[in-house]
Design a protein around this ligand. Sequence first.
Ligand code: YSA
Length: 335
Amino acid sequence: MAKTKGSLNLLKNKAKKEIDSAKDLKDLDLIYKTYLGDESELAQILRSLKDLSKKKKAKIGKEANELKNFLKIKFTEAAAALKEKAEKEKEMKEWFDITVPGKKAVSGHLHPITLVRRKTEEVFQSMGFSVIEGPEMEEEWYNFDALNIPKNHPARDLWDTFYLKNGLLLRTHTSPVQIRYMEKNQPPLRIIVPGRCFRHEATDFSHEINFYHVEGLMVGEGISVANFKAIIEEFFRKFFGKPMEIRFRPSYFPFVEPGFEIDMKWNNEWLEMMGAGMVHPNVFKNAGLPPHQINGGGWQGFAFGIGLERLAMIKYKVEDIRLFYGGDLKFLNQF
Ligand code: YSA
């Protein structure tokens, strides 16, 4: 298949045009196969040289090899240009503006009971109370006996208790920490004990089986109910940001004498907020402290246990305690 210089020129121009218009390396590879591949027109020309006369072979062979070399250089240059172009495009895609303000991460927020607990701690700390913790799994001695509630005493029925297989129980109130603290610390003392309590109770709008107490204990010389009234009124005033309507109602707890409960006006009804009273002499004795004597000496003080959820219900106008533990984000996101 002999070719004239004219037809090799045509091939050259066609190849040049296609190489220049290649969009990417893949495209260029296809063009390469068309013009320099084993089955290309040029390869066939070079293969057919052997059938030509010596003179033609020398002439066409020279021209065909010149074209082959030319095309090889052209392909190498085009490949380099296309590679550079692809890299630039990739860089452009990957480029980002470090001065653009970032997207703000959605942050969570504290649970309403945590908010109320923190506020309670803050107010009592401002009145000189320390914040103390105690175990949620408690010994029967601390939860009952040491608080003047011996075995088989009907007062144990006030607290429906979860007894554990390991001989302990889930504390029904934070009052056991009164004993634990007084065993190790001498009066005068002022503490609060926020913490989880557990009772095997039917739930309703104001009762959960798992809830929070804040125990309070103030012991010193001559501490009286008047001190308790002043402290608790001040607490409510600071906690709610205004004086609250409360009432003292006589009540019975074996670990106080006298004992009372404090209710708060809410939706035109009284809601029980806490139990309280003057620490019973037997409680002091069980903690290793001498109780107050009529003819002088010994300690006296008051103690109380507030329901944290009840505080939260009034503060945030929540009518059902169960909402706090329902895990409903529509409710929780309001705080
Ligand atoms: C009394 C005298 C003291 O010297 C010291 C503390 C106390 C309180 C006592 N330990 C006690 O547990 N009393 S209580 O059973 O009446 O509970 C105290 C408060 O916890 C209640 O007034 C109420 O606000 C809340 N409470 C009780 N049971 C609850 C509850 N809150 C939610 N769910 C429950 N099931």
